[in-house]
Design a protein around this ligand. Sequence first.
Ligand code: C5P
Ligand code: MG
Length: 160
Amino acid sequence: MSDVRIGQGWDVHRIAPGRPMILGGVVIPSDFGLEGHSDADILSHAITDALLGAAGLGDIGMHFPDTDPRWEGGDSLMFLRHARDLVSANGYQIANVDSTVILERPKLKDHRAAIRGKLAETLGLGVDQVSVKFKTAERLGPVGEGLSAEAQAVVLLSRK
Ligand code: C5P
Ligand code: MG
């Protein structure tokens, strides 16, 4: 296996009233949230898939089937911790994570520090190794119409 490995992840969830909005393990004040079997934390899901992808270990559904009642309403930081441990057990460390949440509203930039801090703590990284960016979809498509939210992530692993 090579000394460095790259991974990519993506996720989408429907927006729904009466649901919490949790991004990177941080509760975002909002009058609507994201629908899903787990806590619907799209950002944690995208980063989990990027980690699993970089290590060649399949995807989040393979490790945490959404038919399994154990994961219902689950804390998605648990998925991240599991992926972090698998990466480490396979002889790699995380060099950095970069990510983007695409959501029309609410504005997320005031929550950036909290999200980066929570993700860094969960992954055992410095805050400088975890980047979180936000974009609207310029009112285009399902994200732009406020029907859904998406997250994308890339990670780089290096051999320990
Ligand atoms: O999508 P747009 O290019 O208009 O986003 C401009 C900036 O607004 C982003 O760089 C980000 O800092 C911020 N933003 C945000 N919350 C969102 C979408 C964008 O804070 N939901
Ligand atoms: Mg998801």
